[in-house]
Design a protein around this ligand. Sequence first.
Ligand SMILES: [Zn+2]
Length: 478
Amino acid sequence: MAYEPVIGLEVHVQLKTVSKMFCGCTTEFGGAPNTHTCPVCLGFPGVLPVLNRRALVEAIRVALAVGCKVSDKVKFHRKNYFYPDLPKDYQISQYDEPLSENGRLNIKINGGEKTIKIKRVHMEEDAGKLIHEEGGDSSFVDFNRSGMPLLEIVSEPDINSPEEAYMYLTDLKLLLRYLGVSDCDMEKGSLRCDANISIRKKGGTGLGTKAEVKNMNSFKAVKSALEFEFERQSKCLEAGERIIQETRLWDPDKGITVSMRSKEEAHDYRYFPEPDLVPFALEAAMVENERKDLPELPEARKARFIAALSLTEYDAEVLTQDKDTADYFEECVKFYNKPKIVSNWLMGDVSGYLNAKNLSVRGSKLKPQALAGLLKEVDSGKISGKMAKDIVIEMLDTGKDASAIISEKGLAQISDTGELEKFAEEAIAENAKTAEDFLNGKDNALMFLVGQVMKKTKGKANPAVVNKILRDKLSKKQ
Ligand SMILES: [Zn+2]
Protein backbone atom coordinates (compact mmCIF):
# COMPACT_ATOMS: atom_id res chain seq x y z
CA MET A 1 0.00 0.00 0.00
CA ALA A 2 1.23 3.51 -0.73
CA TYR A 3 1.38 5.95 2.18
CA GLU A 4 2.09 9.63 2.50
CA PRO A 5 3.51 11.46 5.50
CA VAL A 6 1.60 14.23 7.23
CA ILE A 7 4.03 16.57 8.93
CA GLY A 8 3.70 19.57 11.20
CA LEU A 9 6.73 21.50 12.44
CA GLU A 10 7.28 23.42 15.65
CA VAL A 11 10.13 25.84 15.30
CA HIS A 12 11.68 27.62 18.28
CA VAL A 13 13.53 30.78 17.43
CA GLN A 14 15.60 32.74 19.89
CA LEU A 15 14.97 36.46 19.48
CA LYS A 16 17.98 38.74 19.15
CA THR A 17 17.18 41.03 22.08
CA VAL A 18 19.81 42.53 24.36
CA SER A 19 18.20 41.20 27.54
CA LYS A 20 16.14 38.15 28.47
CA MET A 21 12.37 37.76 28.22
CA PHE A 22 11.43 38.70 31.79
CA CYS A 23 14.60 40.07 33.41
CA GLY A 24 17.56 42.31 32.62
CA CYS A 25 20.16 39.54 32.19
CA THR A 26 22.21 39.58 29.00
CA THR A 27 21.34 37.28 26.12
CA GLU A 28 24.95 37.13 24.99
CA PHE A 29 25.99 33.64 23.91
CA GLY A 30 28.67 31.87 25.93
CA GLY A 31 29.97 33.17 29.25
CA ALA A 32 30.95 30.97 32.19
CA PRO A 33 28.06 28.81 33.39
CA ASN A 34 25.49 30.61 35.56
CA THR A 35 27.03 34.06 35.16
CA HIS A 36 24.21 35.48 33.04
CA THR A 37 21.61 34.95 35.72
CA CYS A 38 19.62 36.76 38.39
CA PRO A 39 16.91 35.83 40.92
CA VAL A 40 14.21 36.19 38.25
CA CYS A 41 15.61 33.77 35.67
CA LEU A 42 16.84 31.46 38.43
CA GLY A 43 13.26 31.27 39.68
CA PHE A 44 13.80 32.46 43.25
CA PRO A 45 10.62 32.65 45.29
CA GLY A 46 8.91 36.01 45.38
CA VAL A 47 10.53 37.54 42.30
CA LEU A 48 8.40 39.20 39.64
CA PRO A 49 8.88 38.86 35.89
CA VAL A 50 8.62 41.95 33.67
CA LEU A 51 7.95 41.48 29.95
CA ASN A 52 10.71 42.68 27.60
CA ARG A 53 9.05 45.16 25.25
CA ARG A 54 11.58 44.52 22.48
CA ALA A 55 10.81 40.78 22.54
CA LEU A 56 7.12 41.56 22.16
CA VAL A 57 7.78 43.89 19.22
CA GLU A 58 9.95 41.33 17.46
CA ALA A 59 7.35 38.63 18.03
CA ILE A 60 4.73 40.88 16.44
CA ARG A 61 6.98 41.53 13.44
CA VAL A 62 7.44 37.80 12.82
CA ALA A 63 3.71 37.18 13.24
CA LEU A 64 2.92 39.89 10.68
CA ALA A 65 5.56 38.68 8.24
CA VAL A 66 3.94 35.24 8.09
CA GLY A 67 0.51 36.82 7.67
CA CYS A 68 -0.83 35.92 11.12
CA LYS A 69 -3.67 37.81 12.72
CA VAL A 70 -2.23 39.44 15.84
CA SER A 71 -4.43 39.19 18.91
CA ASP A 72 -5.57 42.37 20.62
CA LYS A 73 -4.55 40.90 23.96
CA VAL A 74 -1.33 39.56 25.43
CA LYS A 75 -1.77 36.79 27.94
CA PHE A 76 0.72 34.36 29.47
CA HIS A 77 0.26 30.93 31.00
CA ARG A 78 2.38 28.73 33.18
CA LYS A 79 3.29 25.41 31.61
CA ASN A 80 4.09 23.16 34.54
CA TYR A 81 6.54 20.31 34.39
CA PHE A 82 9.51 19.11 36.33
CA TYR A 83 12.88 19.13 34.73
CA PRO A 84 16.26 19.69 36.40
CA ASP A 85 17.09 22.67 34.14
CA LEU A 86 13.83 24.41 35.00
CA PRO A 87 14.19 25.76 38.55
CA LYS A 88 10.67 27.21 38.73
CA ASP A 89 9.16 23.90 37.63
CA TYR A 90 7.18 25.84 35.10
CA GLN A 91 7.86 27.73 31.92
CA ILE A 92 6.09 30.98 31.08
CA SER A 93 4.42 30.38 27.75
CA GLN A 94 1.18 31.16 25.93
CA TYR A 95 -1.71 28.77 25.71
CA ASP A 96 -5.35 29.40 24.83
CA GLU A 97 -4.85 32.94 23.56
CA PRO A 98 -1.56 33.04 21.68
CA LEU A 99 -0.05 36.26 20.37
CA SER A 100 -1.10 35.43 16.83
CA GLU A 101 -2.82 32.81 14.70
CA ASN A 102 -3.68 31.80 11.14
CA GLY A 103 -0.69 32.68 8.99
CA ARG A 104 1.03 31.02 6.08
CA LEU A 105 4.37 30.57 4.40
CA ASN A 106 4.77 29.95 0.68
CA ILE A 107 7.49 27.46 -0.05
CA LYS A 108 9.18 26.66 -3.32
CA ILE A 109 8.97 22.99 -4.18
CA ASN A 110 9.53 21.04 -7.42
CA GLY A 111 9.61 24.23 -9.46
CA GLY A 112 6.24 25.31 -8.07
CA GLU A 113 4.86 26.87 -4.93
CA LYS A 114 2.91 25.48 -2.01
CA THR A 115 1.29 27.29 0.87
CA ILE A 116 1.91 25.89 4.33
CA LYS A 117 -0.52 27.26 6.88
CA ILE A 118 0.83 28.51 10.17
CA LYS A 119 -1.33 27.72 13.14
CA ARG A 120 0.17 30.13 15.64
CA VAL A 121 3.20 32.18 16.61
CA HIS A 122 3.58 32.67 20.34
CA MET A 123 6.13 33.80 22.92
CA GLU A 124 7.75 31.78 25.64
CA GLU A 125 10.91 31.61 27.69
CA ASP A 126 13.72 29.09 27.29
CA ALA A 127 14.87 26.62 29.92
CA GLY A 128 18.45 26.11 31.11
CA LYS A 129 20.84 23.52 29.86
CA LEU A 130 22.12 20.26 31.31
CA ILE A 131 25.71 19.30 30.70
CA HIS A 132 26.51 15.65 31.22
CA GLU A 133 30.07 14.91 32.23
CA GLU A 134 31.74 12.92 29.54
CA GLY A 135 32.72 9.47 30.76
CA GLY A 136 31.69 10.42 34.31
CA ASP A 137 28.47 10.11 36.22
CA SER A 138 27.81 13.77 37.03
CA SER A 139 25.54 16.30 35.40
CA PHE A 140 25.79 20.08 35.63
CA VAL A 141 23.21 22.77 35.10
CA ASP A 142 23.86 26.03 33.31
CA PHE A 143 21.08 28.61 33.66
CA ASN A 144 22.57 31.18 31.29
CA ARG A 145 19.97 30.20 28.74
CA SER A 146 16.98 30.15 31.06
CA GLY A 147 14.61 33.00 30.38
CA MET A 148 15.93 33.63 26.86
CA PRO A 149 13.13 35.02 24.67
CA LEU A 150 11.76 32.41 22.30
CA LEU A 151 9.16 32.40 19.62
CA GLU A 152 7.36 29.21 18.82
CA ILE A 153 6.15 29.01 15.25
CA VAL A 154 3.75 26.11 14.78
CA SER A 155 2.74 24.96 11.31
CA GLU A 156 -0.45 23.13 10.44
CA PRO A 157 0.12 19.51 9.33
CA ASP A 158 0.28 20.70 5.73
CA ILE A 159 3.70 19.32 4.95
CA ASN A 160 3.67 16.10 2.92
CA SER A 161 7.28 15.11 2.40
CA PRO A 162 10.66 15.44 4.11
CA GLU A 163 11.72 17.70 1.19
CA GLU A 164 8.81 20.05 1.88
CA ALA A 165 9.82 20.14 5.54
CA TYR A 166 13.35 21.05 4.50
CA MET A 167 12.13 23.84 2.20
CA TYR A 168 9.74 25.17 4.84
CA LEU A 169 12.61 25.49 7.32
CA THR A 170 14.90 27.04 4.71
CA ASP A 171 12.31 29.63 3.68
CA LEU A 172 11.31 30.37 7.27
CA LYS A 173 14.93 30.93 8.23
CA LEU A 174 15.40 33.23 5.24
CA LEU A 175 12.37 35.25 6.33
CA LEU A 176 13.61 35.52 9.92
CA ARG A 177 17.01 36.66 8.67
CA TYR A 178 15.38 39.35 6.53
CA LEU A 179 13.49 40.55 9.58
CA GLY A 180 16.74 40.56 11.55
CA VAL A 181 15.00 39.15 14.62
CA SER A 182 17.30 36.17 15.16
CA ASP A 183 20.70 34.93 14.05
CA CYS A 184 19.00 31.54 13.44
CA ASP A 185 22.22 29.74 14.33
CA MET A 186 21.30 26.11 14.99
CA GLU A 187 24.69 25.39 16.50
CA LYS A 188 24.09 28.00 19.19
CA GLY A 189 20.56 26.73 19.68
CA SER A 190 19.00 29.93 18.31
CA LEU A 191 16.82 27.85 16.03
CA ARG A 192 15.43 24.47 17.04
CA CYS A 193 12.85 22.30 15.45
CA ASP A 194 10.56 19.48 16.56
CA ALA A 195 8.56 17.55 14.00
CA ASN A 196 5.22 15.79 14.30
CA ILE A 197 4.74 13.06 11.76
CA SER A 198 1.96 10.60 11.04
CA ILE A 199 1.15 8.70 7.88
CA ARG A 200 -1.99 7.91 5.94
CA LYS A 201 -3.00 6.22 2.71
CA LYS A 202 -1.79 8.27 -0.22
CA GLY A 203 -4.41 10.82 -1.22
CA GLY A 204 -6.41 10.17 1.95
CA THR A 205 -7.68 12.71 4.45
CA GLY A 206 -7.69 12.62 8.23
CA LEU A 207 -4.74 12.18 10.54
CA GLY A 208 -3.08 9.04 11.85
CA THR A 209 -1.40 8.64 15.24
CA LYS A 210 1.63 10.89 15.30
CA ALA A 211 5.11 10.64 16.68
CA GLU A 212 7.01 13.74 17.76
CA VAL A 213 10.68 13.75 16.81
CA LYS A 214 13.13 15.90 18.76
CA ASN A 215 16.88 16.46 18.96
CA MET A 216 17.52 17.36 15.35
CA ASN A 217 20.31 19.88 15.04
CA SER A 218 20.29 20.73 11.36
CA PHE A 219 17.75 21.00 8.55
CA LYS A 220 19.40 18.00 6.95
CA ALA A 221 18.88 16.04 10.16
CA VAL A 222 15.19 16.98 10.15
CA LYS A 223 14.89 15.66 6.62
CA SER A 224 16.73 12.41 7.44
CA ALA A 225 14.75 11.87 10.64
CA LEU A 226 11.45 12.34 8.79
CA GLU A 227 12.55 9.97 6.05
CA PHE A 228 13.38 7.38 8.69
CA GLU A 229 10.08 7.90 10.55
CA PHE A 230 8.06 7.60 7.34
CA GLU A 231 9.73 4.26 6.62
CA ARG A 232 9.31 3.04 10.18
CA GLN A 233 5.63 3.93 10.41
CA SER A 234 4.91 2.50 6.96
CA LYS A 235 6.51 -0.83 7.90
CA CYS A 236 4.64 -0.77 11.18
CA LEU A 237 1.26 -0.43 9.45
CA GLU A 238 2.19 -2.96 6.77
CA ALA A 239 2.93 -5.47 9.53
CA GLY A 240 -0.51 -4.82 11.01
CA GLU A 241 0.88 -3.09 14.12
CA ARG A 242 -0.53 -0.05 15.82
CA ILE A 243 1.45 3.19 15.93
CA ILE A 244 1.71 4.65 19.40
CA GLN A 245 1.74 8.35 20.19
CA GLU A 246 5.17 9.09 21.59
CA THR A 247 8.16 11.37 21.62
CA ARG A 248 11.17 10.01 19.76
CA LEU A 249 14.76 11.19 19.61
CA TRP A 250 16.84 11.39 16.46
CA ASP A 251 20.17 9.60 16.80
CA PRO A 252 22.36 11.22 14.14
CA ASP A 253 25.18 8.69 14.50
CA LYS A 254 22.98 5.67 13.89
CA GLY A 255 20.57 7.50 11.57
CA ILE A 256 17.51 6.26 13.46
CA THR A 257 14.85 7.59 15.83
CA VAL A 258 14.42 5.96 19.22
CA SER A 259 11.49 6.10 21.60
CA MET A 260 11.99 8.53 24.50
CA ARG A 261 8.64 8.66 26.28
CA SER A 262 4.96 8.42 25.56
CA LYS A 263 3.66 11.79 24.45
CA GLU A 264 2.19 14.23 26.96
CA GLU A 265 -1.19 15.79 26.37
CA ALA A 266 -1.78 19.47 27.04
CA HIS A 267 -3.63 18.65 30.28
CA ASP A 268 -0.48 16.96 31.61
CA TYR A 269 1.05 20.43 31.82
CA ARG A 270 -1.71 21.81 34.05
CA TYR A 271 -1.63 25.14 32.22
CA PHE A 272 -2.98 28.05 34.21
CA PRO A 273 -2.82 31.83 33.73
CA GLU A 274 0.47 33.33 34.90
CA PRO A 275 -0.57 35.33 37.98
CA ASP A 276 2.53 37.52 37.97
CA LEU A 277 1.93 38.84 34.46
CA VAL A 278 -1.52 40.23 34.06
CA PRO A 279 -3.07 40.12 30.58
CA PHE A 280 -2.99 43.46 28.79
CA ALA A 281 -4.47 44.95 25.64
CA LEU A 282 -2.27 45.32 22.61
CA GLU A 283 -2.77 48.65 20.87
CA ALA A 284 -3.86 48.28 17.27
CA ALA A 285 -1.84 51.37 16.33
CA MET A 286 1.36 49.80 17.61
CA VAL A 287 0.75 46.65 15.56
CA GLU A 288 -0.02 48.73 12.46
CA ASN A 289 3.19 50.70 12.95
CA GLU A 290 5.15 47.49 12.97
CA ARG A 291 3.34 46.30 9.87
CA LYS A 292 4.30 49.48 8.01
CA ASP A 293 7.84 49.14 9.24
CA LEU A 294 8.41 45.59 7.94
CA PRO A 295 11.31 45.36 5.48
CA GLU A 296 10.77 44.13 1.95
CA LEU A 297 10.54 40.35 2.30
CA PRO A 298 12.33 37.84 0.06
CA GLU A 299 9.36 36.99 -2.19
CA ALA A 300 8.56 40.64 -2.88
CA ARG A 301 12.20 41.51 -3.39
CA LYS A 302 12.67 38.73 -5.91
CA ALA A 303 9.60 39.87 -7.84
CA ARG A 304 10.92 43.44 -7.88
CA PHE A 305 14.36 42.33 -9.12
CA ILE A 306 12.65 40.60 -12.04
CA ALA A 307 10.18 43.38 -12.85
CA ALA A 308 12.21 46.53 -12.17
CA LEU A 309 15.77 45.38 -12.81
CA SER A 310 15.01 42.90 -15.63
CA LEU A 311 16.89 40.06 -13.96
CA THR A 312 16.09 36.49 -14.87
CA GLU A 313 14.04 34.44 -12.41
CA TYR A 314 17.16 32.39 -11.64
CA ASP A 315 19.40 35.41 -10.96
CA ALA A 316 16.75 37.07 -8.79
CA GLU A 317 16.29 33.86 -6.84
CA VAL A 318 20.00 33.43 -6.12
CA LEU A 319 20.57 37.09 -5.23
CA THR A 320 17.67 37.20 -2.77
CA GLN A 321 18.63 33.95 -1.04
CA ASP A 322 20.32 35.99 1.61
CA LYS A 323 19.61 39.55 2.65
CA ASP A 324 23.23 40.70 2.71
CA THR A 325 23.82 39.59 -0.87
CA ALA A 326 20.63 41.28 -2.04
CA ASP A 327 21.56 44.52 -0.23
CA TYR A 328 25.09 44.37 -1.58
CA PHE A 329 23.83 43.82 -5.12
CA GLU A 330 21.52 46.83 -4.87
CA GLU A 331 24.32 49.03 -3.57
CA CYS A 332 26.49 48.04 -6.53
CA VAL A 333 23.66 48.87 -8.91
CA LYS A 334 23.36 52.31 -7.31
CA PHE A 335 26.93 53.03 -8.40
CA TYR A 336 26.78 51.15 -11.68
CA ASN A 337 23.35 50.90 -13.20
CA LYS A 338 23.64 47.70 -15.22
CA PRO A 339 21.98 45.07 -13.00
CA LYS A 340 22.61 42.09 -15.27
CA ILE A 341 26.35 42.76 -15.46
CA VAL A 342 26.59 43.28 -11.68
CA SER A 343 24.63 40.08 -11.16
CA ASN A 344 26.97 38.13 -13.48
CA TRP A 345 30.02 39.32 -11.57
CA LEU A 346 28.53 38.65 -8.15
CA MET A 347 27.29 35.19 -9.06
CA GLY A 348 30.42 34.34 -11.07
CA ASP A 349 33.95 35.40 -10.16
CA VAL A 350 33.09 37.08 -6.86
CA SER A 351 31.05 34.25 -5.38
CA GLY A 352 33.59 31.72 -6.69
CA TYR A 353 36.26 33.49 -4.65
CA LEU A 354 34.05 33.89 -1.58
CA ASN A 355 32.99 30.24 -1.59
CA ALA A 356 36.58 29.07 -1.88
CA LYS A 357 37.58 31.24 1.11
CA ASN A 358 34.36 30.59 3.00
CA LEU A 359 33.65 34.32 3.25
CA SER A 360 30.41 36.27 3.05
CA VAL A 361 30.13 39.14 0.61
CA ARG A 362 29.92 41.58 3.54
CA GLY A 363 32.92 39.97 5.19
CA SER A 364 35.03 40.43 2.05
CA LYS A 365 37.29 43.37 1.32
CA LEU A 366 35.50 44.20 -1.91
CA LYS A 367 33.11 47.09 -1.32
CA PRO A 368 30.13 47.70 -3.63
CA GLN A 369 31.48 51.03 -4.86
CA ALA A 370 34.83 49.43 -5.70
CA LEU A 371 33.23 46.65 -7.74
CA ALA A 372 31.21 49.29 -9.59
CA GLY A 373 34.47 51.18 -10.23
CA LEU A 374 36.03 48.11 -11.81
CA LEU A 375 33.06 47.58 -14.12
CA LYS A 376 33.26 51.20 -15.24
CA GLU A 377 36.92 50.73 -16.17
CA VAL A 378 35.89 47.83 -18.43
CA ASP A 379 33.17 49.95 -20.05
CA SER A 380 35.59 52.78 -20.73
CA GLY A 381 37.92 50.37 -22.50
CA LYS A 382 40.78 51.03 -20.09
CA ILE A 383 40.99 47.34 -19.28
CA SER A 384 39.64 44.24 -20.95
CA GLY A 385 37.04 41.97 -19.41
CA LYS A 386 39.75 39.35 -19.12
CA MET A 387 42.03 41.68 -17.16
CA ALA A 388 39.12 42.62 -14.93
CA LYS A 389 38.79 38.98 -13.88
CA ASP A 390 42.35 39.06 -12.50
CA ILE A 391 41.94 42.50 -11.00
CA VAL A 392 38.78 41.59 -9.09
CA ILE A 393 40.63 38.76 -7.35
CA GLU A 394 43.31 41.20 -6.25
CA MET A 395 40.64 43.61 -5.07
CA LEU A 396 39.06 40.82 -3.02
CA ASP A 397 42.49 39.96 -1.59
CA THR A 398 43.64 43.47 -0.77
CA GLY A 399 40.60 45.75 -0.70
CA LYS A 400 42.33 48.12 -3.13
CA ASP A 401 40.50 50.10 -5.79
CA ALA A 402 40.60 48.94 -9.40
CA SER A 403 42.24 52.19 -10.53
CA ALA A 404 45.05 51.78 -7.98
CA ILE A 405 45.78 48.22 -9.13
CA ILE A 406 45.67 49.23 -12.80
CA SER A 407 48.17 52.04 -12.40
CA GLU A 408 50.42 50.14 -9.96
CA LYS A 409 50.77 47.21 -12.32
CA GLY A 410 50.62 49.25 -15.52
CA LEU A 411 47.68 47.18 -16.64
CA ALA A 412 45.88 49.83 -18.63
CA GLN A 413 44.90 48.61 -22.03
CA ILE A 414 46.81 50.25 -24.89
CA SER A 415 44.27 51.95 -27.11
CA ASP A 416 46.69 54.58 -28.37
CA THR A 417 46.66 54.06 -32.12
CA GLY A 418 50.14 55.39 -32.78
CA GLU A 419 51.78 52.91 -30.47
CA LEU A 420 49.68 50.02 -31.71
CA GLU A 421 50.37 50.83 -35.38
CA LYS A 422 54.07 50.30 -34.77
CA PHE A 423 53.43 46.82 -33.32
CA ALA A 424 51.01 46.00 -36.16
CA GLU A 425 53.63 46.90 -38.77
CA GLU A 426 56.11 44.63 -37.03
CA ALA A 427 53.66 41.74 -36.84
CA ILE A 428 52.90 41.99 -40.56
CA ALA A 429 56.56 42.22 -41.50
CA GLU A 430 57.50 39.22 -39.36
CA ASN A 431 54.63 37.11 -40.70
CA ALA A 432 54.52 37.89 -44.40
CA LYS A 433 53.07 34.48 -45.27
CA THR A 434 50.16 34.86 -42.86
CA ALA A 435 49.45 38.36 -44.11
CA GLU A 436 49.32 37.01 -47.64
CA ASP A 437 46.95 34.24 -46.56
CA PHE A 438 44.61 36.86 -45.17
CA LEU A 439 44.70 38.83 -48.39
CA ASN A 440 43.86 35.63 -50.26
CA GLY A 441 40.66 35.33 -48.30
CA LYS A 442 41.71 33.35 -45.21
CA ASP A 443 39.96 35.42 -42.58
CA ASN A 444 41.33 33.33 -39.71
CA ALA A 445 44.84 34.46 -40.53
CA LEU A 446 44.00 37.83 -39.07
CA MET A 447 43.42 36.33 -35.66
CA PHE A 448 46.97 35.03 -35.65
CA LEU A 449 48.29 38.52 -36.37
CA VAL A 450 46.11 40.03 -33.63
CA GLY A 451 47.59 37.40 -31.33
CA GLN A 452 51.12 38.48 -32.27
CA VAL A 453 50.37 42.12 -31.40
CA MET A 454 48.81 41.05 -28.09
CA LYS A 455 51.99 39.15 -27.32
CA LYS A 456 54.18 42.15 -28.13
CA THR A 457 52.13 44.31 -25.78
CA LYS A 458 52.00 41.64 -23.07
CA GLY A 459 48.24 41.38 -23.44
CA LYS A 460 47.63 45.06 -22.89
CA ALA A 461 46.52 46.00 -26.39
CA ASN A 462 42.86 46.63 -26.99
CA PRO A 463 42.03 43.71 -29.33
CA ALA A 464 39.25 45.57 -31.12
CA VAL A 465 41.57 48.46 -31.95
CA VAL A 466 44.35 46.07 -33.07
CA ASN A 467 41.91 44.25 -35.30
CA LYS A 468 40.91 47.46 -37.02
CA ILE A 469 44.49 48.69 -37.49
CA LEU A 470 45.61 45.37 -39.02
CA ARG A 471 42.69 45.34 -41.45
CA ASP A 472 43.45 48.91 -42.52
CA LYS A 473 47.12 48.24 -43.04
CA LEU A 474 46.60 44.97 -44.93
CA SER A 475 43.95 46.41 -47.20
CA LYS A 476 46.39 49.13 -48.20
CA LYS A 477 48.90 46.46 -49.25
CA GLN A 478 46.45 44.94 -51.66
ZN1 LIG B 1 17.90 37.06 34.87
